[in-house]
Design a protein around this ligand. Structure first.
Ligand SMILES: Nc1ncnc2c1ncn2[C@@H]1O[C@H](COP(=O)(O)OP(=O)(O)OP(=O)(O)O)[C@@H](O)[C@H]1O
Length: 291
């Protein structure tokens, strides 16, 4: 049997808090096969982003293994991680805050190309143009800055930037949560098309089961830092065992949550306040509609 691209085994993450530590992720294990999509779903504060940040090594886990193609990256230092970083890229939730406001779309997408060793300026410009086209933006987008784009368009630039590193796995952490439902559907469709063309693997992380189910063959359901249920998406949705899965399924069908709002009942007691979500986000502009 071929080895999965990513194997997460017994992941534990403790955060320091004033009187000790808080265990945000508790013995989480899963695998992601090459070219496939794993969904991670769970209520706000259950530890999804902490898992994502561990995998891209924005933080060092307390315990457990993160095997990328068989190499455990959980405790590698920055120098050791450098050659591996391009293999897993992340698309963040906030299309407003995750792009440098001073750079043009072309420069944002070209930056990872420079790190990848594309030395010629013309070569970087040509590849940035190809990626901007791949994510469905017009060539006129190349010279515009983030403030001149809608949320959906910015998320496309974020995806183009992530793809510039030629990753084998893209971790999308609430990547469509701040978008209107129709724009959300366009971005999910874009991800689907890219996967069909490139055989890229995805981890789709969301509190919204409706989003996760659209792309994911397998899902992991988390609650309070732990995996409470996992398996083929169709099986988990047809006969959910965990109470939290049933609640997430109900919420996915509830029209009041369709814009990505986190229902109050899903916000875990004692956790951070929920972040701004679609209900608070700027409405999509005419640019997006006209795209
Ligand atoms: N730096 C930190 N220090 C202390 N606790 C933290 C820190 N970051 C996150 N936490 C806590 O860890 C838990 C998991 O947070 P995490 O952001 O991973 O959850 P999440 O499932 O991604 O939530 P959301 O969907 O709201 O982003 C939460 O209870 C959160 O309050």
């Amino acid at each position: 049997m071929t080895r999965p691209f990513l194997e997460v085994d017994g992941l534990v993450v403790d955060y320091p808090v004033p009187h000790g530590t808080f265990r945000a992720v508790d013995n989480v294990s899963f695998t992601v096969a090459r070219g496939e999509t794993l969904g991670i779903v769970g209520e706000s504060g259950c530890g999804k982003s902490t898992v994502a940040r561990s995998i891209v090594r924005l933080l060092t886990p307390t315990a457990g293994r993160i095997l990328v193609d068989g190499t455990d990256i959980a405790r590698l230092n920055e120098r050791q991680l450098r050659p591996l970083r391009s293999r897993i890229q992340m698309v963040f939730q906030d299309p407003y805050g995750s792009l440098d406001p001073h750079l043009s779309a072309q420069d944002i997408v070209a930056e990872p190309l420079r790190l990848r060793g594309v030395r010629s300026r013309n070569g970087r410009a040509a590849e940035a143009a190809r990626l901007i086209d791949l994510v469905g933006l017009p060539s006129s987008a190349l010279h515009r800055r983030p403030a001149e784009f809608s949320g959906g368009q910015r998320q496309r630039i974020g995806i183009a930037r992530a793809l510039a590193s030629r990753p084998e796995l893209l971790v999308c952490d609430e990547a469509t949560s701040a978008l209107d439902v129709s724009v959300q559907a366009q971005v999910l469709e874009l991800l689907r098309q890219i996967q069909a063309e490139t055989h890229l693997a995805y981890m789709i992380i969301s509190h919204n089961l409706g989003v996760v189910r659209q792309l994911s063959r397998n899902i992991v359901v988390m609650s309070e830092g732990k995996v409470v249920e996992s398996g083929a998406t169709t099986d988990v949705l047809t006969s959910p065992r965990a109470q939290v899965t049933r609640a997430l399924r109900r919420a996915a069908l509830d029209p009041t949550t369709m814009r990505g709002r986190k229902p109050r009942a899903m916000v875990r007691a004692g956790t951070r306040p929920p972040e701004a979500t679609a209900g608070d986000a700027r409405p999509e502009t005419a640019q997006e509609a006209a795209r």
